[in-house]
Design a protein around this ligand. Structure first.
Ligand code: F6R
Length: 618
């Protein structure tokens, strides 16, 4: 995690530009922040850094002229959040400064070696070794340049890094990556250059970018940008345009990014469907998949790999792939998959799902899958991200920038892509009749307006949250297609309100969790008209018999649920749809419920404690 940014160019307020970029990267971590720059007419490095958020640190910065700066916002891994552990880190002579995103796995051995050579360390971080390693090689016999020294230093690093480095002796920034993203931004007139962990921070300044690949190094001066590989051989790179604009990355008058992103979902579903759901023809098509029909028919197994919310999308994908396309499907935590010696072959399709495209566990598993000969596909939001580039095939979800740390619109866009993919595979494999397909496609096209209807009644959900936000624990029950949704709903509640919530397949309740039920342990239950409706009604009866409070999400016009509920229970009504599509309509009230509980509890909704949006460490 962590976010890094840097600027070199014609402007003489480099630190301010870097602070601006850092505040757009803060979702990646907000334990501490800092900048390092070289003052005009000075040959010393100045550093401003402290514990806390970017804005707190910015208040300590007194404006100075500088055209060169690097900055960092931290999610602590090695060493507690503190001023001393905040980046940038300096070498012994205080002539060079580094910022780092990633983990240096062999830092203890390197630190020992450097300490034996006389280097003095001040922090408890792994990152500080990078500064001292570069120092070790820099200006040795006055021969090596900063870029040579960086090259020699990173050859000794094990683990992952995205780094930016400056020296008080050279007017340049050297950036390098292995496993953690680095995007170079190019100023309009090629007289200024930026470095960032993502494109979102570059948006106010430029939409021309060069994403670095692993092993590449960028050397930026005021009017030049060179990219080389690790052996100093120049690499020709294409300039890539950012596909969204600044406005779509702003709050648009909403109190929080998360709320804005929840409300964007009808539009996002439409975007993901656009050009892919052919209502007239009654079918779905996905260009990016680039698989011949024969290849699709030969798929013997699908494995979804993902983390967190994206994993829940994959769990829903399993239900869809098995019912619609009749392909045996598994879902694996990306953090487990790589280390369990997976059995794979060329007919196994491994699908990595990731909003950021930079989640280290998912990247590691994707690489493992490729090495073991599987076919791979990425379902990704961030264009040009590592997973998007490394998967053999890909489907972009077009959710636009997701800034709130808790994922919402990316989830609905991911599941939209999964419905499309299952329908596409089902048609090619002849596992779904044309008649059924047409009915499904037509209803699919109506989903955005049904989601909108729920959003129009968000106040009802706020009222429910106002009555329930004080509980310490929750049980979330659902079955079938709504089982992954209760896992997702419970995750949302935990993440942003810090209320403990457990998602469970409702049928399992009687095998254990029922023991917890009493008047202090409420249950959120998804009770829609599908083939397990009656079974869930039984669950509700069982909970009521034990004095548990209920919030039921059920379909409009269902009078039966109300009959078995008591005065302290609540019902949230959603529009009717085909059973297969309820996840779109049941997840939204759960997102809103979590949001309103967190709001009532005064939590930092967009930046919940201890979390970071993009988890770039394994
Ligand atoms: C939950 C959340 C995380 C992410 C997970 C994977 O709200 O945001 O659980 O879903 O870290 O991230 P991506 O999708 O970027 O790979």
């Amino acid at each position: 995690m962590c976010g890094i940014s840097a600027y070199i160019g014609k402007e003489n307020n480099a630190a301010e530009i870097v602070f601006n970029m850092l505040s757009r990267l803060e979702y990646r971590g907000y334990d501490s922040a800092g900048v390092a720059y070289v003052k005009e007419g000075n040959d010393k490095i100045s550093v401003v850094k402290d514990i806390g958020m970017v804005e707190n640190v910015r208040e300590q910065y007194i404006s100075e002229h500088s055209d060169l700066c690097i900055g960092h916002t931290r999610w602590a891994t090695h060493g507690e959040p503190s001023k001393i552990n905040a980046h940038p880190h300096l070498d012994c002579k205080q002539e060079l400064a580094i910022v780092h995103n990633g983990i240096i796995e062999n830092y203890l051995a390197l630190k020992k070696m450097l300490e034996d050579e006389g280097h003095k360390f001040v922090s408890a971080t792994d990152s500080e070794v990078i500064a001292h390693l570069i120092e070790k090689f820099y200006n040795k016999d006055d021969v090596l340049t900063l870029e040579d020294a960086v090259r020699q230093a990173i050859a000794l690093l094990r683990g992952s890094y995205g780094i930016a480095v400056i020296s008080s002796k050279e007017e340049k920034i050297v950036a390098a990556r292995l496993g953690s993203p680095i995007i170079v931004g190019i100023g309009k007139d090629k007289d200024e250059y930026f470095v960032s962990s993502d494109t979102n921070a570059l948006l106010p300044y430029t939409n021309s970018t060069i994403p670095l690949n692993d092993g590449e190094i960028a050397i930026l001066t005021k009017n030049d940008c060179r990219i080389t590989n690790k052996d100093a051989i120049p690499v020709q790179k294409k300039i890539e345009k950012i596909l969204y604009d600044l406005q779509s990355a702003e709050k648009d008058g909403y109190a929080h990014y998360m709320l804005k992103e929840i409300f964007e979902q009808p539009r996002v579903i439409n975007e993901t469907m656009r050009g892919r759901l052919k209502v007239e023809e009654g079918l779905a098509k996905l260009g990016g998949v680039r698989m011949k029909d024969e290849e699709i028919r030969n798929i013997s197994r699908i494995i979804f790999i993902a983390c967190g919310t994206s994993l829940h999308a994959g769990m829903l994908g399993k239900y869809l792939m098995e019912e619609i396309a009749r392909i045996p499907t598994e879902v694996e935590y990306a953090s487990e998959f790589k280390y369990k010696f997976p059995v794979l072959d060329k007919n196994t399709l491994v699908i990595a799902i990731s909003q950021s495209g930079e989640t280290a566990d998912t990247i590691a598993s994707l690489r493992e899958a490729r090495e073991r000969g599987a076919n791979t596909l990425g379902i990704v939001n961030v264009v040009g991200s590592t997973i998007a580039r490394e998967a053999k095939k890909g489907v972009y979800i077009y959710a636009g920038p997701e800034i709130g740390v808790a994922s919402t619109k990316a989830f609905t866009a991911q599941i939209t892509a999964l419905y499309l993919l299952s329908l596409y595979f089902g048609r090619i494999r002849n596992t779904i009749s044309g008649f059924a397909l047409r009915e499904i496609v037509e209803e699919f096209a109506r989903i955005p307006e049904k989601v909108q209807k729920i959003l129009d009644n968000a106040n009802v959900i706020k009222d429910v949250a106002d009555k329930f936000y004080n509980y310490r624990d929750f049980l979330y029950l659902g079955r079938g297609y709504n089982f992954p949704i209760v896992l997702e709903g419970a995750l949302k509640l935990k993440e942003i309100s810090y209320i403990h919530a457990e998602g469970y397949p409702a049928g399992e309740m009687k095998h254990g969790p029922i023991a917890m039920i009493d008047e202090n342990f409420p249950t959120m239950v998804i009770l829609v008209k599908d083939n397990v409706y009656n079974k869930l009604m039984n669950n509700v009866e069982e909970i009521k018999a034990r004095h548990g409070r209920i919030v039921a999400i059920t379909t409009e016009g269902d009078g039966d649920v109300k009959k078995i509920l008591k005065e302290h229970d609540e019902v949230i009504y959603i529009p009717k749809t085909l059973p297969i599509f309820y996840p779109f309509l049941t997840v939204v009230p759960l997102q809103l419920f979590a949001y309103f509980c967190a709001l009532k509890l005064g939590r930092n909704v967009d930046k919940p404690r201890n979390l970071a949006k993009s988890v770039t460490v394994e």
